[in-house]
Design a protein around this ligand. Structure first.
Ligand SMILES: [Zn+2]
Length: 264
């Protein structure tokens, strides 16, 4: 669990730290940068594609198939990303992937990379029921970045970032991109049951769990936890209130057109 700051005791704090680590994740644009820090360290293995036998892998499989089914109804010519499960480290189109990076999407090879050992640890510590919706939300958020790549939004954002006058301005584009991925996760949740004939359905309390998770992983909340201060110009994913708001907007509308985070 390298790099995870777990302050104090108690499951609440631990859950929050895990989830924060989980979601803080890696932006597609900084992946290359981050990867270079890990170069030459840790074991490498081939990531696994296909239907894994264990429970955690099957969960990924079911949710991924469902998220694909939702987006196939919404994006013309939709093509599913590759989902790669790995432990420790694996080679990716964005360099060496390491479990310390959390889940991420690599646009170069259109793949979602998920580190299973981290998920198992989360499950052991939180119990499967507490982690279920949070994990589904993570998958749907990363698929959201895939949709942004297919629709050309990611490329436009990258271009805008290259033309930005400073880091703070570039970060604003990153925030809009991340909030849109949250909104897309909500759009998935709203349509999950309908496209699967009820096979994938939200339990009572799932959305509330999602809101709580979104609230726990806002930049302001995480910054306050780690440094005691809030520095808005360094936000890359949005505040807690924004993340809750956009997840909710996606969920309540079920409509990707309502996810224009760039307009605001
Ligand atoms: Zn993201």
């Amino acid at each position: 669990m390298g790099g995870v700051g777990i302050a104090g005791g108690g499951l609440g704090t631990l859950a929050l730290a895990l989830v924060g680590y989980f979601f803080f994740g890696i932006d597609p644009f900084v992946t290359q940068q981050v990867v270079s820090q890990f170069d030459g360290r840790g074991a490498q293995e081939q990531g696994k594609v296909g239907t894994p036998g264990d429970q955690a892998g099957q969960f990924v499989d079911i949710v991924s198939a469902n998220v694909n089914d939702v987006w196939a109804t919404k994006v013309k010519g939709y093509q599913a990303p590759k989902v790669v499960l790995y432990e420790q480290g694996t080679q990716t189109g964005c360099g060496l992937g390491q479990s310390a990076m959390g889940p991420f999407y690599c646009p170069n090879d259109a793949s979602v990379y998920l580190d299973l050992s981290f998920w198992r640890e989360m499950e052991t510590k939180l119990g499967a029921s507490g982690a279920d919706f949070a994990r589904a939300y993570v998958i749907a958020h990363e698929f959201g970045h895939h949709v942004q790549t297919l629709t050309g939004t990611s490329r436009k954002v990258q271009e805008a970032q290259q033309g930005a006058r400073n880091q703070a301005e570039a970060n604003k584009y990153s925030v809009a991109l991340e909030l849109q991925a949250d909104c897309y996760a909500g759009v998935w949740a709203a349509n999950a049951s309908a496209v699967s004939g009820g096979r994938v359905a939200m339990d009572n309390g799932d959305l509330e769990e999602g809101m709580k998770t979104a609230n726990a992983i806002g930049d302001d909340t995480l910054q306050k936890q780690s440094t005691g201060r809030v520095t808005p110009e360094r936000f890359t994913h949005g505040t807690s209130a924004q993340r809750v708001e956009w997840l909710k907007r996606g969920y309540e509308s079920g409509d990707a057109a309502q996810c224009d985070t760039f307009a605001e």
